[in-house]
Design a protein around this ligand. Sequence first.
Ligand SMILES: Cc1cc2nc3c(=O)[nH]c(=O)nc-3n(C[C@H](O)[C@H](O)[C@H](O)COP(=O)(O)OP(=O)(O)OC[C@H]3O[C@@H](n4cnc5c(N)ncnc54)[C@H](O)[C@@H]3O)c2cc1C
Length: 507
Amino acid sequence: MLHTHEGISRRRLLAGLGLAAGAALTEASVLPRSQLPGWDARTGVLVVGAGAAGVCAAIEAARAGAEVLIVESMPRPGGSSAMSAGVVYAGGGTALQRALGVQDGVEDMYRFLASAGPHAPLDKIQVYCEESAAHFDWLRAQGIPYRERLSRARGAPATDESLYYSGNELAWPAREVARPAPRGHLPGLAGTAGGRRMMEILLARAGALGVRLRTGVAARQLVVESDGRVAGLIVDAAGQRQAIGAARAVVLACGGFVYDRQMLRRHAPALYECSAAWAGAGDLGDGIKLAVAAGAATVHMEHGCAEAPLAGLDSVLAGILVNAAGQRFIAEDSSPLMVGDAIVRHQGGRAWLIADQRSAPATRQDRFLAAARGNTLGDVAVQLDLPRGALQHSIAYYNRHAANGEDPLWRKSPALVRPLQGPPYTAWNLSVADSFFPVYTLGGLQTTVGGAVLNGFGEVIGGLYAVGRTAAGLPVAPCIAQGLSLGDCTFFGRRAGAAAARGEGLA
Ligand SMILES: Cc1cc2nc3c(=O)[nH]c(=O)nc-3n(C[C@H](O)[C@H](O)[C@H](O)COP(=O)(O)OP(=O)(O)OC[C@H]3O[C@@H](n4cnc5c(N)ncnc54)[C@H](O)[C@@H]3O)c2cc1C
């Protein structure tokens, strides 16, 4: 794809790297169209951000006949999407599931996703499940290579399998809510470059459709008509202020806000404590700030997707997870995203994995450290400052039932249930600030299922769409499956792009 890089300010780069003293702040206002002498450039649909959501929106807008321009603040396109593993959560009988003999249905997928709890966006989940198989066909038709190979491993395959259990489907209580099925679809490549490959393909596809891309150009302010309709953007192009008009719509696809530390602390204090940010450097909340200045409503701003550092460490799951009260709080074989959510949101960010000699990590790992070691559980409990007797009580109860292969409290898979015995005991520190605990934000702009941005009264803001992590979409806390974010970005990005091209958002 042809594109021009127009430089990047030092302040922006530093902010992106988390090194700037303050956050990169956009102008917290809109510019009335009447105050603008004229446009420096014009397009039909103006997409802000060249990640998965923005590029999918651009592709569908161009296919619907619109002239499309993407502006991207970083020197290179791709955003967090290009750093990702490229896992898309899809199901209901995708071509890949069928080819591999996997039984899945729309209803099972819906029931599983709806089990995320009270915040689950049922309207978006329904349309996503109904059209998931067709969406997978679309991804494949763009050229993303999927291999007809199923992985039985827990966690994203490091080899070239394209389907695996990326969510919590096999853990309790999820396995009783809906028939489990593997729904994590990823490019069939060895290693973790699935997201990069996916973005190369989507960007090339957009270029072939005539979408223009300008990198090093950051959106700074929305331009609005007197009736509130969004008419374009003020951008910063290598230090130069330019006005770009959008005859049909502006689509905000700027990612989330994990790197704006002030914004994170204010809106998602529990996520602020996590030790690592799981996103590209452009994740500064710009899209959210731009739209809020135009009256947009936000939702789920405190939600995030945090991963406990347990992926791929099956041997340790025979140990038990305890909180600061010395009590178990989740089935240890839940997906690392579910465990992460439980620690971040429900345990004050503190947890330990109690292991005996047999349940120590089988391989060397540097994601968490030992917080305590001892020949008795009492020694360990004292070092962790747990309430007197609590840990011993939890383990006595666990062991009594584990001797029969049972876990009546959390119903961990019987294959991982056995009594903890045999010192030394180790307490591995899984607290969010002390272990490798990456997080990205899920909260954002409130949108319709078509991606139109809503104001605080629930009305559509004309000419404005938001997609991907700039919007509050499919994934909410708890994030019950890996792949929901890219599934949401690609699927709802496409819908918003098509609607924007049709001028549906013009109030
Ligand atoms: C290592 C890693 C692995 C992951 N693996 C997976 C996975 O396998 N599956 C999954 O579902 N999720 C995964 N995630 C999360 C997922 O990658 C992101 O949630 C998703 O890519 C967000 O896509 P997006 O299009 O909303 O934002 P992005 O891909 O981040 O794109 C937003 C773009 O907007 C640009 N931008 C920001 N502000 C401005 C501005 N003012 N003007 C112009 N441009 C701007 C940014 O620079 C960026 O390029 C992973 C994340 C990481 C970091």
